[in-house]
Design a protein around this ligand. Structure first.
Ligand code: FEO
Length: 395
């Protein structure tokens, strides 16, 4: 089988791999469409550089692809934009096959390459923001972009070709397609990915977006998913997402055991819909974390439906509330709908977790047993209040 290599610009090739069958990332993130590990070979008239590598297990495929373009032993540089093993885990194999290649990375990246991959100091070349490497007609410029999403991350840019390699930033977990216009739901996939991976680092993302402003970019070639040959599409989305721009949208996330909490949730969701609010409902016992994370990227409020179990939040709801706390979405408001059999506890625990997040808990309804007409009216009133807050907020 002849492996696929794709020429993006003259002398610039995609030599990455598709992981069609992978279904979980970091033991947490579902990958219903697999993913890709995009690596790139940049060949100048004098020198050759590999930008990023691939997930361990695909080293042979990567080297086979490089061989179509160049002898791996002749590589001069291997650029490590990010130390996470899905991009850097093959570096030991690549450096062994490329004995004269220097590993190009940030100072923090050098520390990680030593710890994770035991790369010796004399194989590493540390670069700073704005440094360049001349490959002969192709100049790599390095852009410091820390905490996207690890401390050591940077971007690499080919000045002559106007190609940006931002590693994880602007990525999407899907093995489908090569270019952005070939994947119909790519914006949705990119939003899920942003929610799962970049949202906790929105401020760092905003700083990176400011750095990129004014840089002429013809192609964004991230490390996961399709390449953006219409870069404004993803740049526009990231401008909004990193700025924390929200929509008149409410995430309704709930779990129910015997229908009492669900009854309150349905009343709240219908009330919100009736008020013209965009409602995204997630049933937490079966939720895909990526779907929930994606909806949290631009939602202005959350309604949590969570019964008490054994004196606290139902475990599925506890998981969701902890996820909200960890992912730091730009939510402004929350409401909690709950029910209990003989003793509460869910509201208290939800308040303890949401309190430090800065999300205003507008109100709660807690029902002993099944909701009566009064409890149902309380749920509707609370949802009406959430709708009013969501509508009156600017973003
Ligand atoms: Fe795709 Fe942070 O690794």
């Amino acid at each position: 089988m002849k492996p696929a290599v794709i020429e993006l610009k003259r002398g610039v090739h995609w030599v990455g791999v598709k992981d069609w069958g992978r279904r979980l990332f970091d033991g947490l993130i579902p990958l219903p469409h697999g993913t890709s590990y995009n690596a790139y070979l940049v060949k100048g008239s004098a020198k050759t550089a590999l930008v990023d590598s691939v997930n361990p297990g695909f080293e042979g495929e990567l080297l086979d692809k490089i061989r179509i373009i160049a002898d791996p032993a002749a590589l001069d540089y291997v650029v490590m934009n990010h130390a996470e093993p899905d991009h850097a885990g093959s570096i030991p194999v690549v450096l062994a096959a490329s004995p004269k290649a220097q590993l190009v990375l940030t100072a923090k990246g050098a520390d990680m390459a030593a710890r994770y991959f035991h790369v010796p100091n004399d194989r590493m070349q540390i670069v700073k923001d704005g440094d360049t490497l001349d490959l002969g007609g192709k100049t790599l410029r390095f852009v410091d972009a820390p905490f996207l999403h690890w401390p050591e991350t940077m971007f690499t840019y080919i000045i002559e070709d106007k190609v940006l390699f931002p590693c994880d930033f602007f990525g999407a977990h899907t093995a489908a397609g090569v270019y952005d216009d070939e994947v119909a739901d790519l914006a949705v996939r990119a939003q899920m990915y942003f929610g799962e991976i970049m949202m906790p680092f929105r401020k760092a993302g905003e700083r990176a977006m400011k750095k990129l402003a004014g840089l002429p970019i013809e192609l964004i070639a991230p490390s996961h998913g399709p390449l953006w040959r219409h870069p404004e599409t993803i740049l526009n989305l990231y401008r909004k997402w990193t700025a924390g721009e929200t929509l008149p949208k409410v995430v309704v996330a709930y779990v129910s055991m015997w229908g009492s909490t669900e009854r309150l949730v349905r009343i709240a969701a219908e009330t919100l819909l009736d008020a013209g609010i965009h409602v995204a409902v997630h049933e937490l016992a079966h939720v895909d974390v990526g779907d929930l994370a994606g909806d949290l990227v631009d939602a202005r409020a959350i309604v949590l439906g969570a019964p008490t179990v054994l004196g606290g939040l139902h475990p599925a709801a506890l998981n969701a509330v902890n996820l909200v706390k960890a992912l730091r979405p730009p939510l402004r408001y929350a409401a909690v709908l709950s029910s209990y059999g003989w003793g509460g506890g869910a509201l208290r625990q939800a308040g303890e977790i949401l309190g430090p997040t800065g999300i205003e808990v507008v109100g709660a309804v807690d029902v002993h047993g099944a909701p009566d007409a009064d409890a149902e009216a309380q749920a509707a009133t609370l949802a009406t209040e959430i709708a009013a807050r969501v509508r009156s907020s600017q973003q």
